[in-house]
Design a protein around this ligand. Sequence first.
Ligand code: GDP
Length: 197
Amino acid sequence: MLIKTAEFVCSNTRVDLLPAPTLPEYAFIGRSNVGKSSLINAMTRKKGLAKTSQKPGKTQLINHFVINSNWYLVDLPGYGFAQTSKKNRADWERFIRKYLRQRENLQCVFVLIDSRHEPQKIDLDFCCWLGEEGIPFMLVFTKADKQSGVKSDQNIAHFRRALLKWFEEIPPHFLTSAETKIGTEDILKTIDEININ
Ligand code: GDP
């Protein structure tokens, strides 16, 4: 997919104030620091589009961007920051789960996972919850440039194996890097295919 335009639309703290669900929507989510903002910027080739390295405790926002006037890219607040307060965490739970359950134009959630690590419970639990809710998702392993391909492949295989406890069919995955941009075109191609069908 050629990105002709990528524009910020709005930031929201309330699900009832989101833009009208008139375009297909794709949401990106993961642990804080997983590389979500960097990946969104690499994918859209627009450096400052998503704000990188947000501090924990900052207002949690659902950010909408419109791509090629054709689909929404949604940057969801990261989960699992150790330093965040209990209240922040509870707010996140309520807000994001409500969005994910209710957003009628949501086509797919891209769950970002740091390819350097062994499977983390918080990521597995989140995928499991998406599965239980019947929300379509795919896995995006980030920061591939930070270690060998062999190591990334091992961690991906571990993660997929861990999911087999809950899922008969494991969703597709992408191995990406915001530095080298590998994998970014594959994600866009997948979005294109879903949009066409
Ligand atoms: P977010 O909190 O998930 O939005 O994470 P950021 O995009 O802000 O990235 C967190 C940190 O990881 C920053 O220091 C980024 O420069 C770094 N980072 C993100 N993606 C990559 C990547 O693909 N490769 C490398 N080497 N560093 C990355």
